[in-house]
Design a protein around this ligand. Sequence first.
Ligand code: PLP
Length: 408
Amino acid sequence: MSELALLGGRAAKSKRFPVWPQYDERERRALQEVLESRVWWRTPGTKTLKFEQEYAAYHQAKHGIAVTNGTAAIEVVMAALEIGWGDEVIVPDFTFVATASAVLFAGAMPVMVDIRPDTYCIDPDLVEAAITPRTRAIIAVHLGGHPADLDRLTAIAAKHNLALVEDSAHAHASEWCGRRIGTFGKAGTFSFQASKLMTAGEGGMIITNDDEVERRARSAHDCGRLPGEWFYAHFLYGSNYRLSEWQGAVLSAQLSRLDEQTALRGKNACLLDKLLGEIPGITPQALDPRCTRNGHYAYIFHYDKSAFAGVPTKRFIEALVAEGIPNQASYPPVHELAVFQSGEYRKRLGQEQAKQEHAFLKQDYPNTARGAWETVWIPQYALLGDEADMHEIAAAIKKIQQNAKDLL
Ligand SMILES: Cc1ncc(COP(=O)(O)O)c(C=O)c1O
């Protein structure tokens, strides 16, 4: 019989990883306070307001606007930037659909470009090549917590008068050259969905240093109201994207743990870089020296099947999960999603743009394909384990390598 757990052998992992999400008395007390205050609604409340201020300060930003989720955060930023019909927004092809769908929601065209092969973040050279007279903004994604090249992207945005937006759904607490991500461009957006580095089940945040972006975003997230004006006066187009007091209270408690957890994830990721870097066929996501802190939404590595007897990525992941190592699916290329390939996306665009050919949807995105189909993502909570856990991850991969032929 094979030694591999997938084939009936004993699992390499001997003890459980920490559970996620984490909570203690801080969350319990916060929820109790909201309950007993009977103020559960953001508008008259104090908890979500307090969280906005704390989160903005944590990210060295002037303003924070809490919203219902990370997708909504991008949608509100698109509204605040007045992006709409006829406009183009450059996005990476390797990301969750929300980065692109929020652009479509605004009525604009997301233009996908490929990523860098080492960090899996948007390639600045390809961003520059994709700029047309219709381009209004660039959305960079800090993939897995690793910041995109913010030196190049801020320079390109300034040169072409474009808005840079940082989709930081994976990158709470990450830093570029010693500065927290999120305010290098016009705005940064975050998600607090269940798998994220801090969570209230759902939730989102916009941070910005730009007073006008803040004014418009705050209005767009609250039915077009403006602060200080009559409750039933609506000045701009807006919707209801307000975060509840329950979530604001829980997220303040979650934020109080973020530094400690980020340090632990960073330490364990560093150990994994060493241990996994020694295994033939395994290449951890590169760490740009300008990334001075990586929030580590996931531990991502490239898997070269030729070093594993040709076992396909999907089969390798099945074997790894059976050994007791958790996995989080990588993203498929955005341009390959049915919404784009079927032409359905055209229904969101203005008449003229809807009729145009969007040749980039038929293009090859080789680095995204490599990221989509050849990387393995170990979820962030595994990085909250101890040193022995990291050694067991490496041991599980080596064990699969030694017995790879059994999987064919
Ligand atoms: C890169 C990226 N952007 C945006 C989002 C959207 O966040 P939410 O799920 O909170 O709407 C996600 C969520 O997974 C994401 O991974």
